[in-house]
Design a protein around this ligand. Structure first.
Ligand SMILES: Nc1ncnc2c1ncn2[C@@H]1O[C@H](COP(=O)(O)OP(=O)(O)OP(=O)(O)O)[C@@H](O)[C@H]1O
Length: 738
């Protein structure tokens, strides 16, 4: 083997003995080793400080003790960082300590697992790069720390050197570092050393030819024997070991230098053949590096995927926690809302009860006030001196000329009296409560009575082209109906339908349609207004053709209300008749003829029939002659015990109308005394109602048998002497002539 070496082995041993002879025989080998180890450690520390700088906000101490150095490397961060500095990405994942403040002196803030991960990753990377490695336990007390130092110095060498010969050196060092303290030399160091040893290390390699194996061995043996001759027997094994170590070190260095020099010469002298060899070697190395690189990349990818998966897991867990939190909150909200809803529901049912109670009380009060209410209204006077001497809230006084020339005074009492200055709104204010009754299921009748020109149409409809202020009871009543039904829409659904009829000469005519008596559904006051306009137009056409017919006919606007309680499902029906009667003035038979006479007869007949009905109601007679006229037939529902009736009595205050006024006021006073009994709400089924009507009809038919066939005599409206008048056989509500 020695023959193959480009230098003499003996001279190499001689050199070693010359250089280290004294020191090899030093009795304090252990301390020398310790010094050497310390020196190597310092080198490692110095290099690490330079490469890594601060880790976790701390620097490696300049001269740490072995224990301190071990502790600072234990979490693997410094080692990983160092390796990554010289080979970026060599250790793909390094877990660092969170902050410098958290880094204790021993450098272990990471969990044991994290430290282990770092160390594992570092050792894998080091091994992959062909660097000498060590056991993790070497960083613990009792471990072989020199192996760690070797590894660091190998990294240092890796960073500084080239690849040639490197791997074999490291492997050598790695495999022997438990026994030797080999210093890994860089090619540069080796070269400089070669230069200093001069003649003994010739680079051409032909010096070895004069040494034969036997000579070498005997000379070598002699040299060694010479060296140990005077040495203590016990020291000898250790000395030999030390000498061998040094010789091996020297050998390594010389081989390295030799190889370097050969490479250099070959590169200069034989570029083509060497280039081929180098190419081959380079391609091998390239392939190896490529594989290593790909492996690293794959590992990095795997690590990245692992990280992503972990992140996803964390995110999933966070979302799950968030969802659970939201679910809990949501449930709490629902419980809270259901509690609120419960209290609102009980409040609403309480409100319903109060509303119901209120309705009952209100209608009781209305009942106590009397079912036929009479209000008197006096319009402004066209003369300077009128017949009305005094009007207060409940009474009206008229100046009545007596036969002896002295003026007497007559006073009449009513539920309310309105003077010429009373506004439409004031008049309606006292009427308003009746409108609510309609929506509560009662039948209501408001009719305007009085002689021609006394102001009936003004009260019921207002003047021609009325505005918001002057509009009459009809419009205001309907407006209230819609307003209240709107207010109650959450509890009761109302359907409102309207009918507008005219009774002229005992003939009923629908003012809204050419067809049969027609109930038109309406949704708003606007609907009603347009219908009323149509009705008035239809009436006006007739009036033009028939000479002031409006004064000679009764007009009746009827509103039917059907309500359904949305909670209980109960239904209620109510209706209101708004009647503008024909003029009530008495017409002397001898003064009129022809159509005018006929009109007067019919008006008087129907008003007499109205008087008769009211009279029989006042006397609580078992039979009430509703069927004596179309008017009383039409108003039957609103004049019986189930209805609430209001009569507006109108007075023309002029002196020349005083007789007619007194007649009117007497009639009205009599009406106001009538007790119809408590009004009843329409909650009966329609069958019951129909049966009641049939009974009433049969009773009426029986009574009529005794009456005279035809009553052509003009009767005053106040007359109750209607007996003897012949009633039409087919005058039921359903057979009204239109
Ligand atoms: N309270 C009042 N304030 C002011 N003007 C009134 C009032 N009442 C009636 N008038 C006016 O008196 C006139 C006659 O009134 P209106 O036509 O209402 O009487 P009427 O009783 O309906 O008559 P007819 O029976 O002929 O229909 C009208 O011009 C009307 O505008």
């Amino acid at each position: 083997m020695a023959a193959a070496f480009p230098f003499s082995v003996i001279s190499m041993v001689e050199d070693v003995l010359h250089k280290y002879g004294d020191r090899l025989s030093d009795n304090h080998l252990a301390s020398r080793k310790a010094k050497e180890a310390s020196s190597r450690r310092k080198k490692a520390v110095k290099w690490l400080r330079k490469m890594v700088g601060t880790v976790g906000g701390k620097e490696l101490p300049c001269e740490p003790s072995e224990e301190e150095f071990m502790a600072s490397l234990r979490n693997g961060v410094i080692l990983c960082s160092a390796l990554n500095k010289i080979q970026p990405g060599a250790v793909p994942k390094v877990v660092e300590s969170p902050s410098d403040a958290d880094l204790p002196s021993d450098g272990i803030t990471l969990t044991v697992y994290q430290c282990f991960e770092n160390m594992k990753n570092f050792l894998v990377a080091a091994e992959r790069l062909g660097l000498p490695t060590f056991e993790t336990s070497d960083l613990e007390p009792g471990g072989i720390f020199s192996r760690v130092v070797d590894c660091i110095l190998a990294i240092k060498a890796y960073s500084q050197g080239n690849l040639v010969g490197k791997i074999s050196l490291w492997r050598y060092g790695s495999g022997n570092n438990s026994r030797s303290s080999n210093h890994v030399k860089t090619p540069k160091e080796s070269l400089s050393r070669a230069a200093s040893t001069g003649d003994r290390y010739r680079a051409n390699g032909d010096l070895a030819h004069d040494h034969c194996k036997a000579d070498s061995m005997s000379s070598l043996s002699a040299l060694v024997h010479e060296f140990i001759r005077d040495k203590n027997q016990e020291e000898i094994p250790e000395l030999i070991e030390s000498l061998l170590g040094k010789v091996m070190e020297e050998f390594e260095q010389r081989m390295l230098i030799q190889q370097e020099m050969q490479n250099k010469i070959t590169q200069e002298d034989k570029p083509s053949s060497e280039a081929r060899n180098l190419d081959l070697k380079a391609s091998d190395d390239d392939e190896e590096e490529k594989q290593t690189f790909q492996l690293l990349k794959q590992q990095q990818l795997v690590e990245l995927h692992k990280e992503s998966i972990q992140e996803l897991k964390d995110m999933f867990n966070q979302t799950k926690t968030g969802m659970e939190f939201l679910k809990k909150k949501h449930q709490e909200e629902i419980i809270h809302l259901s509690k609120q809803l419960h209290s609102v529901a009980s409040a609403a049912s309480g409100y319903q009860r109060v509303l119901e109670e209120n309705r009952k009380l209100y209608n009781q009060v209305q009942d106590l006030k009397g079912n036929i209410r009479v209000y008197c209204r006096v319009r402004p006077c066209h003369q300077k001196q009128g017949s009305v001497s005094k009007i207060d809230e409940g009474s009206i006084s008229l100046l009545v000329p007596s036969k002896n020339g002295k003026d007497g005074k007559k006073t009449f009492t009513f539920n309310r009296c309105f003077g010429p200055n009373s506004t439409q709104a004031e008049v309606f204010a006292d009427t308003q409560p009746l409108i609510r009754s309609v929506l509560d299921g009662y039948n209501v009748c408001i009719f305007a009575y009085g002689q021609t020109g006394s102001g009936k149409t003004h009260t019921m409809s207002g003047p021609n082209n009325p505005d918001e202020e002057t509009v009459g009871v009809n419009y205001r009543a309907l407006r209230d109906l819609f307003l209240i039904s709107e207010q109650r829409k959450d509890t009761i659904h109302y359907e409102i339908r309207v009918q507008m009829l005219e009774i002229y000469n005992e003939t009923v005519r629908d003012l809204l349609s050419a067809d049969d008596a027609n109930l038109v559904p309406v949704q708003s006051t606007a609907d009603v207004l347009s219908l009323m306009d149509l009705g008035f137009k239809n009436r006006a056409v007739s009036a033009t053709a028939m000479n002031d017919r409006s004064s000679r006919s009764h007009s009746c606007l009827t509103v039917h209300v059907h309500g359904k309680d949305l909670t209980s499902g109960k239904t209620i029906r109510g209706s209101i008749h708004l009647v503008d009667l024909a003029g009530s003035e008495r017409v002397d038979k001898s003064e009129v003829t022809g159509d005018r006479l006929k009109e007067a007869q019919h008006i008087n007949k129907s008003l007499a029939a109205l008087g008769d009905v009211i009279s029989s109601l006042a006397q609580k007679q078992s039979h009430v002659p509703y069927r004596n006229s179309k008017l009383t037939q039409l108003l039957q529902d609103s004049l019986g015990g189930q209805a609430k009736t209001l009569m507006f009595v109108h007075i023309a205050p002029e002196q020349d109308a005083v007789v007619e006024s007194i007649s009117t006021l007497k009639f009205a006073e009599r009406v106001s005394t009538i007790e119809l009994g408590a009004a009843k709400v329409n909650k009966d089924s329609s069958d019951v109602k129909e049966l009641k009507e049939q009974i009433a009809s049969l009773k009426a038919a029986l009574a009529q048998k005794d009456e005279e066939s035809e009553q052509s005599q003009f009767a005053t409206p106040l007359s109750s002497k209607s007996s003897g008048r012949k009633l039409p056989r087919d005058d039921s509500v359903s057979s009204l002539e239109v």
